[in-house]
Every structure is written in structure tokens, then in C-alpha cells.
Design a protein around this ligand. Structure first.
Ligand code: ADP
Ligand code: MG
Length: 503
């Protein structure tokens, strides 16, 4: 059994005319498996290829074709299950889900209704306020994707592109443990993050490689707790399913809108009809697509062309042993090893590339300072140039050297920013640039004293004022910094100015 922990849920509450309502949400996330070939054919999965160029006989539904399982898709589903701390089912089976659609030439989708490859798991979802909640995963099954109908290329005809037909999807089904729009988005963000770490799905929502069906219902305060205690769905309201959401923003807007629609119906004395709806982002509303279909509508039956899928525990163990470090573990390690704040650790572990960059920069250096520089200076600078971290003109060695120069006291924080800009735009070795361009911080107190003496001698009136009002010492500090080209050690300047003015 899984040991599940729940933080006290903080449901989104919507006040209606008859009292408060709470939201209950369950997600079915479709994640395209990262593999070169499709689930049951050798055709390529490459995105953006010439229409109908990646189509094998199996994908085209040719008579007599036979599906052959792609072992890498199985491995990817198992890795994903392991990443979600889920039970891996050593025995699973494929079923046919029968329905007609022009972009589904087989006339059925091969899926896993009765015996999915992955069972119960869990995801730790972090919310903006620093709290975290566990959302339970019910199952993950492997299934084929459908093709694409193109309706907007010709006024009189529709086209069908079968490139996506038969590409492997993982359908990740959550329990109805999600309590608000932000939590739903945070859940998808976390799933996406884990799969990107695992390399099992690239999470590209724009290309449709990650999309979610969102189930929403509303209930009265206290009802969800009754459901949780009993796992009896009767305590929850009737749900509607909003299909195929492919942006975090739309997921949140659709949930909010759908909940308000249901509340209006219920407060009017009506009842919610269980159905499948579509979200229209232009109008910010959901509309009915079809009444809810049941499993028996699809005449599911075991696919006679495919044997049950049997895998061995040792195979699962090998995959488990080879898993990369996952986000929760990496974040905890960054906090422990580099002394980072929770927030900085979250930002740096949001994806693998920034985490790798940070770690290489911080290795053997001041971790907190490295985090500051990566998050504030580097990310900001890259954003300005619309660059990804993998295309950063400055590498972790160079940034790390700059940080080491600051820590050693060779350069001030202000000069470091100039140095960063030079290395970023021109390249080079930071320590050499500091030498060549005379950027070294002046810690030589003699030189600083001489500069301060000169300023004091030239500004007798200011000296008188500063003796009356010690706050004016700041002016002398500023002048000294200016005179030394910003290279004087600010701490030393402050001390010397204070000492001289007191004389
Ligand atoms: P179906 O087979 O009809 O799609 P599932 O049992 O697969 O139904 O559930 C689909 C999704 O609906 C799951 O993610 C589940 O968490 C969610 N769900 C179930 N009941 C509710 C409810 N009352 N409110 C919101 N979501 C729900
Ligand atoms: Mg379902």
C-alpha cells in the first residue's frame, strides 16, 4: 500500500446566492511518449513532417495488418510510473475502443481500459503560497493517438493527416483530489516537470504533446471530507468533462467558468447533466459537445491481435535503478547542499537545463551567490535576448569564475556586473579580463586614504556639514567610489571616510 499524506486542502470557495460552494477536479492528462517510432508500428513520430509521410500499414488500418508493440514505449510508461511512485503492473492488456472518426482508419483505438500498465501513484503538488499537497494518481495506460482532421485549408473539403495516428500516448488519470484552478495548473506543471526530467514526454503543450481533459464538479463545504473518508463518490456532485485543454491559462479559466455555470444551474433548482464539453477561449465559456458516453458504448474488447503484456520485476528494477534524480529530490539537495531558499531551489529545478547550469556554476563556490547570479543576472539577461539557457553565451565556468572573484574580494559586486556583461558579449576568461582592464578592487587602504584625503581637502564646506550631520558621510563615500572608478572596496571606504571625518 502507498503511504499517502494530505496537507489540509484549501479548496477554492465560490459564494453563491444560497451559500458557499467548493470545487472538485480530476484530470486525465494525455502525454505523448517520447520515442522515435509509434506504439505499434515502425513509422516515425517526428513532429511537423510532410502530411501523411509517417504512416505504416498498421497506422492506415490496412486489412491484415498486425500491430507489434514498441518496447521503448513500454519502458517509457514504466519510467513514468516509477517517477510518480506508482505500482507497476507486471501484467497488463490492450483493448479495442471502437468508434468512427475520419482520422481513425482502424475504426478503433487500442487502449488499456481493464488492465493498465501503471496503477496507483502520487504527485506532490507545490502551490504558490509555499504549501504542498499530494494528488493521487489512479492509473496510467498506454494508448494510440488519433490522426488530425484539417478543416481550415479548403472551403469545401476537409483533409486528414495520419502522421499522428498510432503515436503512443500515456493517459495519466488523477483521483478527484484537486480543489481549485491554480492547483489544477500546478498539478499539470508538476507532471510535466517530472516527465521532462525522466525524458518520457517533452511536455510541449503547443504541439499538443501534453493535453488535459478536465473533470469539474461542485459540492457544499464538508462534502469533500465525507468523500475522502469513505471514497464514496455519492458525496460529490455530478461532473462535466472539458476536453483537450492545451494551455495552463485555459485550464484555469475553463475550470472557473465551468464551476460557475454548474453553480448557477444548481441554485436555480436544476441539476447538472454529466456530459463532455468544449472550452471556447475567445468567448471564455464551455459548451456542450456530446452527452457522456459509457464504456459499453465503445464495445471494448481485448485486442485479439495482441498478447497480454507481461514484464518481469527485474526489468522494472533495472529501469528504476537507471532513473535520473527527480525534481523533489534535486530541490531538497539544492537546499541542503547549497543553502538555497525554497523559492530559489524551486526556480532552479523547474527544468533540467537550468538545474544543470546552476550546479556547474555553484560547484566549489558560494552556492547562494551563484543562485543569485543565475536567477537574477543570467536569467534576466537571457530573457532580454530571448535566449534559452542552453544557448547562453556565458558558460558555467565563466560565471563561476566571476563568483569566485567576488568571494575572494578581487572585484566588487558592481564591477562584477560590468565584468559579466563583458564576458557575456565578448567572451574570455574573467580573471584575465580583470587583470587586463584594471578592474581589480582597491583594498589597498593607503590608496583609498589618499583619495579620501584629496576629496576632504577640496571640499571644506561639505566637511563642516558632515561633521554636524553624520548622514552626509555618504556623499564622501560616493565621491571616493567615483574617484576610484568604482573599484574601491566599499566597506573599506566607509570605514576610512568615517575615521577621517571624525578627525
Ligand atoms: P470516465 O471513465 O467516465 O472518464 P473515470 O473514472 O475515468 O471516468 O474518471 C475520469 C476523471 O474524472 C478522473 O480523473 C476522476 O478523478 C474524475 N472525477 C470523478 N468523479 C469526479 C467528480 N465528482 N468531480 C470531479 N472529477 C471527478
Ligand atoms: Mg476516462
Amino acid at each position: 500500500m502507498l503511504d499517502l499524506t494530505y496537507d489540509a486542502p484549501k479548496p477554492k470557495v465560490i459564494s453563491g446566492a444560497t451559500g458557499d460552494w467548493e470545487l472538485v477536479i480530476g484530470l486525465e492528462v494525455h502525454a505523448q511518449v517520447s520515442t522515435n517510432a509509434k506504439l505499434f508500428s515502425g513509422a516515425s513520430t517526428q513532429f511537423g513532417a510532410e502530411p501523411n509521410s509517417n504512416v505504416a500499414f498498421v497506422d492506415a488500418g490496412m486489412p491484415g495488418m498486425l500491430p507489434v508493440i514498441n518496447q521503448e514505449c513500454v519502458a517509457q510508461a514504466v519510467r513514468t510510473g516509477l517517477g510518480l511512485k506508482a505500482e507497476i503492473n507486471l501484467w497488463s492488456a490492450f483493448d479495442r475502443k471502437n468508434y468512427f472518426y475520419p482520422d481513425l482508419p482502424q475504426g478503433y483505438q487500442i487502449s488499456q481500459l481493464y488492465h493498465p500498465i501503471v496503477g496507483e501513484g502520487e504527485v506532490l503538488v507545490e502551490l504558490g503560497d509555499g504549501t504542498a499537497r499530494t494528488v493521487r494518481i489512479e492509473r496510467i495506460h498506454l494508448e494510440q493517438d488519433a490522426g488530425k482532421s484539417v478543416h481550415d485549408m479548403d472551403p469545401n473539403m476537409s483533409f486528414v493527416d495520419l502522421n499522428r495516428t498510432g503515436v503512443a500516448l500515456m493517459e495519466i488519470v488523477s483521483r478527484p483530489d484537486i480543489r481549485g484552478p491554480e492547483e489544477a495548473a500546478a498539478y499539470v506543471v508538476k507532471l510535466r516537470q517530472i516527465m521532462r526530467y525522466l525524458g518520457t514526454c517533452d511536455g510541449n503543450m503547443q504541439n499538443g504533446n501534453l493535453r488535459a481533459d478536465v473533470n469539474v464538479s461542485v459540492c457544499r463545504p464538508g462534502d469533500y471530507e465525507k468523500y475522502q473518508a469513505s471514497q464514496d463518490f455519492d458525496h460529490l456532485g455530478t461532473r462535466c468533462e472539458i476536453k483537450n485543454m492545451n494551455s495552463m491559462r485555459f485550464i484555469q479559466a475553463a475550470i472557473e467558468h465551468e464551476a460557475r455555470r454548474q453553480i448557477a444551474i444548481l441554485e436555480d433548482g436544476g441539476s447538472v447533466v454529466q456530459e463532455t464539453r468544449l472550452y471556447d477561449p475567445d468567448k471564455n465559456e464551455t459548451r456542450s459537445m456530446r452527452s457522456k458516453e459509457e464504456a459499453h458504448d465503445y464495445r471494448y474488447f481485448p485486442d485479439p491481435d495482441l498478447l497480454p503484456l507481461e514484464i518481469e520485476q527485474s526489468y522494472v528494477d533495472d529501469l528504476a535503478a537507471a532513473l535520473p534524480e527527480l525534481p523533489d529530490a534535486k530541490k531538497a539537495r539544492f537546499i541542503a547542499d547549497f543553502g538555497l531558499s525554497d523559492y530559489d531551489a524551486s526556480v532552479l529545478t523547474a527544468d533540467t537545463d537550468p538545474a544543470r547550469f546552476f550546479e556547474a556554476t555553484a560547484e566549489g563556490r558560494d552556492g547562494k551567490l551563484a543562485a543569485n547570479w543565475v536567477i537574477n543576472e543570467l536569467f534576466g539577461r537571457l530573457k532580454k535576448d530571448d535566449l534559452d539557457i542552453t544557448d547562453s553565451p556565458i558558460n558555467p565556468d565563466q560565471l563561476g569564475d566571476i563568483i569566485a572573484l567576488i568571494t575572494k574580494g578581487d572585484i566588487s559586486g558592481k564591477i562584477a556586473k560590468d565584468l559579466f556583461e563583458i564576458v557575456y558579449t565578448e567572451g574570455g576568461t574573467p580573471a584575465e579580463i580583470v587583470e587586463q582592464r584594471g578592474m581589480k578592487q582597491v583594498t589597498d587602504t593607503g590608496a583609498i586614504e589618499a583619495a579620501v584625503d584629496k576629496i576632504i581637502a577640496e571640499n571644506p564646506a561639505q566637511v563642516e556639514k558632515a561633521k554636524q550631520n553624520p548622514k552626509l558621510a555618504g556623499w564622501f563615500v560616493g565621491q571616493t567610489m567615483k574617484a576610484t572608478g568604482g573599484k574601491a572596496n566599499p566597506k573599506a571606504v566607509n570605514e576610512i571616510v568615517a575615521k577621517k571625518l571624525a578627525e
